[in-house]
Write a protein that binds this ligand. Sequence first.
Ligand code: SAM
Length: 346
Amino acid sequence: MSEPAASNSSAETNYRDALLQIVNTPMLSQCVYVAAKLGIADLLKDGPKNSDELAAATQVHTRSLYRILRALAGFGIFAEDEGQRFALNAMAEPLRSDLPGSVRGWTIVRSEDFVWQPWGQILHALQTGESAFLHVYGQDSWDYIAEHPEVSAIFDDAMRSVSALKFKAVAEAYDFSGVDTIVDVGGGNGGLMTAILTSNPHMTGILAELPHVVEGARKNIDAAGLSDRCSCVGIDMLEAVPEGADAYVMANVIQGCDDDHAVRTLGNCRRAMKEGGRVLVVEMLIPGPNKPHLSKLIDIEMLIMTDGGRERTRQEYEALYEGAELRVTRVVPTDSPWSIVEGVAS
Ligand SMILES: C[S@@+](CC[C@H](N)C(=O)[O-])C[C@H]1O[C@@H](n2cnc3c(N)ncnc32)[C@H](O)[C@@H]1O
């Protein structure tokens, strides 16, 4: 048997190394998590500090913190100098909480128990088809979040952290000129409504959310100076949504629903909207085979965390719309991983 060609064996090594890099990523993301949780990036915004100073400010064990930050700096997150002092760099800056585009909230939520523990039960989800969250906590994730205000605050922060890009991209990509009134169903903390109303002064809105979320949204809408143009109401979208608007937008809401609940929610919007109204679903669409896309990973998050939620292809959205007596008119891409699936009554 001939020797394998040198180029082949080095290609194999490269692939093996690339695979190992992926396998080792959870170790690294746990380190980023603690740095984010402790607010290390915020503590460094005025200049470098050593681990004694950082540990004193965060009340943790100095040597352990040094080891975490050294590991991170080895991968380009924070910069360590010869005197074991750490400084912000381009990769660490987005962990600051005070900058637009901060990913601190998202970084924290990934490793909090209520996400991390269910991910540890991924095999259970595969073997049973049951949500791993339900398996670990014995209840649906929305009910759990509603009962745990501290978890709700962390989840909200994470949403805010990743969603700012989405809100801006949606408000810029979609032409709202024919829409006077809009309902944001599952409108979260009000970021999308704020972006839409701010860039479309002719519009008014209703933010419709679960009752425990709606108070927070109302505060944000007030703070944005939009309370005269936007009301906030507590609803269960599976029962009904506010009536009589020109458009019903749902951002990252249908992804959390199984097909039955998705059709029910879309059907409620279909029944509530004005004649000639439209439904706008903002989601990441799953692209074809072998194309890398965040949607394919978030789809697994839905498998773990929700009871039947999933990311979908355009064809799957078309089927949902059809089930709700709607018809997809077009998919509007945005300058972000999210698209807007527009539909009207069929
Ligand atoms: C992933 S978050 C998205 C929030 C917001 N639209 C955004 O893009 O940031 C899904 C939202 O749906 C809301 N939601 C879930 N079930 C709901 C229901 N039955 N009725 C109303 N809102 C619901 C949750 O409270 C949560 O804020």
